[in-house]
Design a binder for this molecule. Structure first.
Ligand SMILES: Nc1ncnc2c1ncn2[C@@H]1O[C@H](COP(=O)(O)OP(=O)(O)OP(=O)(O)O)[C@@H](O)[C@H]1O
Ligand SMILES: [Mg+2]
Length: 263
């Protein structure tokens, strides 16, 4: 079940440096929030603090009616899953894909041991990998395939919220689009709730329902996607948009993958 994510008055500091300042944000179930902003603006910091990987200096995070602190129950850890820029961050190189996926399933009591193999196969099919992947190790796959495995692992535990932090920017350009198309179709099929971080406004346009813009640790705009691209509120948003020369063409025609589907 998806729940509303609420971030209130959130501040994160690294020593004396304030990386996030007084962030307020609401993410509705079954919608995707696209988070943009220049390098160092605090996007990954927001992802990490929501995922419980770092502690805030101030403020609260809630998922549904539950406050999320640094001490999270197993159920709470399950609820928020993350896909990183580098898939290796979530794949143990010593484990086969079968172990990677079934460990997550069993740890979070999604299925019992008897059902685990079938569920692993279903998960691989969902990310368009062959069942023969089960007995192989991460290094035996390409970067794009490893990211698919990381996506399967994240989805295996049926999270309430999926956070994707630039999930394709470490991949070869040729496979970036395939992975984005996969995420976009999974979003539609599974009605996912996502926090999607990207530098690429084309990708943000294709996948987001709402766009949030961060600058120097502050949110400067949160707008419905169509509004953001047609009538950005913040001067900084206009600056970001004007830096992309092919914007008008992209946004009237949409982005089309090889199969003609919007990505
Ligand atoms: N562990 C850390 N210790 C100290 N400073 C950090 C740490 N992690 C990030 N920072 C600083 O906090 C700021 C925000 O970093 P963050 O990684 O959240 O930015 P970002 O928006 O994700 O950037 P990018 O687009 O390059 O990924 C940056 O100035 C960064 O140098
Ligand atoms: Mg980052």
């Amino acid at each position: 079940m998806s729940l509303t994510l609420e971030v209130n008055n959130l501040t994160v500091r690294y020593g004396r440096f304030t990386a996030l300042e007084n962030i307020h944000l609401e993410l509705q179930p079954h919608t995707t929030l696209g988070l943009v902003g220049e390098s160092g603006s605090g996007k990954s910091t927001l992802a990490r603090v929501v995922a419980g990987l770092i502690a805030p200096a101030e403020g609260q995070i809630r998922l549904g009616s539950q406050p999320l602190t640094m001490k999270r129950s197993r159920e709470q850890r399950k609820q928020i899953q993350m896909i990183f820029q580098n898939p290796d961050a979530s794949l143990n190189p010593k484990h086969t894909v079968r172990t990677i996926l079934s460990d997550a399933l069993l740890f979070h009591h999604i299925v019992d041991r008897r059902e685990a193999l079938n569920r692993c196969k279903e998960l691989l099919a969902r990310v368009q990998l062959d069942a023969s992947a089960l007995d192989r190790y991460p290094h035996q796959f390409s970067g794009g395939q490893r990211q698919r495995i990381a996506i399967a692992r994240a989805l295996s535990v049926e999270p309430s919220l999926l956070i994707a932090d630039e999930p394709t920017s470490a991949l070869d350009v040729s496979v970036q689009r395939n992975v984005l198309e996969l995420l976009s179709s999974l979003k539609a099929e599974l009605d996912l709730t996502m926090l999607f971080i990207s530098h690429d406004l084309g990708v943000i346009h294709a996948i987001s329902d709402t766009v949030a813009v961060m600058r120097q640790g502050k949110l400067v705009e949160v707008s419905p996607k169509e509004q953001f691209f047609a009538r950005p509120e913040a001067a900084y948003s206009r600056e970001l948009l004007s830096a992309v020369p092919q914007m008008p063409k992209l946004y009237t025609g949409g982005l089309h993958g090889a199969n003609g589907k919007n990505i």
